[in-house]
Design a protein around this ligand. Structure first.
Ligand SMILES: O=P(O)(O)OC[C@H]1O[C@@H](O)[C@H](O)[C@@H](O)[C@@H]1O
Length: 286
């Protein structure tokens, strides 16, 4: 369990959002409802578990649990419905229910347009992470089933931080793993709880309106989209910082001083075309 030290409480409005022009150096993706359309499947599994334990559930209440961990959801359900079962009992039943159904499900595929985005981010050297309230075993299963695992080496589950969404811990931990300050991260989220977590972490947030994720208030997100095509259309307006700018930087290189040998002074960002090696070369007059 990773404890993240932060002053922000879930509803703390005092964390300042970075201004729109602060460079974006990393993208943190939520998983359910953002990488895959798994929320409708979750809803169905949850309905059967709620019925099993005798918790009558309105759609309105159900939608408030989107984006939170299994444990957080069940603690709230047991409390609100005054059920006497232990958290351990309901969690063990429900977790098995989730893993069996998701493993057998044949419709778990990456959301349309996502891979074009991930390829573009990779080409531009922008690192990514997935930060999901789902259990780690499910994150790994979905990464494997969809083939998205090749993009996501950094996978954070809400179960490994002390407070899940809507607290900011999961996103702060993801930023730490990425080695990028929160103000330089942008989060893509489909749930109210997730948007709140991202904003409390001091990050910018794109609200992904996915009808499969139920009624979600994404009004606190900085931008709202309904598809990855939408996001693609606005990408030039987002201040992504190129981190593999070998091609582009060399075009800018003549800004330095030209030496007699025809070499330019200045900073050159280099990347190996066949492996992941990167480096910065400084040439200066001595
Ligand atoms: O953080 P993510 O990837 O949106 O995961 C959300 C899901 O995580 C699960 O643990 C919850 O039981 C779901 O109800 C929830 O919606």
């Amino acid at each position: 369990m990773t404890t993240i030290h932060h002053d922000a409480q879930p509803n703390n409005e005092s964390v300042r959002s970075p201004s729109a022009s602060v460079p974006i150096k990393a993208v943190i993706f939520d998983m359910d409802g953002v990488l895959v359309d798994s929320e409708p499947i979750y809803f169905e599994i949850e309905r059967s578990s709620f019925a099993h334990f005798g918790a009558p559930m309105t759609e309105e209440e159900h939608h408030t649990y989107v984006g939170v961990t299994l444990e957080s959801m069940w603690r709230q359900v047991l409390d609100r419905h005054r059920l006497t079962n232990s958290v351990e009992e309901v969690l063990s039943y429900h977790r098995k229910n989730v893993m069996q159904t998701m493993t057998a499900h044949e419709g778990l595929v990456a959301i349309d347009g996502l891979e074009r985005w991930l390829d573009w981010l990779q080409e531009n050297g922008i690192p990514v992470a997935v930060a999901s309230s789902s259990p780690r075993a499910l994150i790994d299963l979905i990464m494997e089933k969809t083939g998205l695992g090749r993009y996501f080496n950094i996978r954070i589950t809400g179960e490994e931080v002390s407070q899940g969404k809507p607290a900011p811990d999961i996103f702060l931990h993801a930023a730490e793993q990425l080695g990028i300050a929160p103000a330089h991260c942008i989060v893509i989220e489909d749930s109210r709880n997730g948007v709140q977590a991202a904003k409390s972490a001091g990050m910018r947030c794109i609200g992904f309106h996915n009808p499969g994720s139920g009624q979600q208030d994404l009004s606190r997100a900085d931008r709202r989209i309904i598809s990855y095509d939408d996001l693609w259309a606005i990408k030039e307006g987002l201040p992504f910082e190129e981190q593999l700018p070998a091609k582009n930087k060399s075009r800018n290189a003549p800004e330095g001083i030209i030496m007699p040998l025809g070499i330019h002074t200045g900073e050159y960002h280099l990347s190996c075309p066949v492996c992941t090696l990167r480096g910065v070369l400084y040439i200066e007059l001595v």
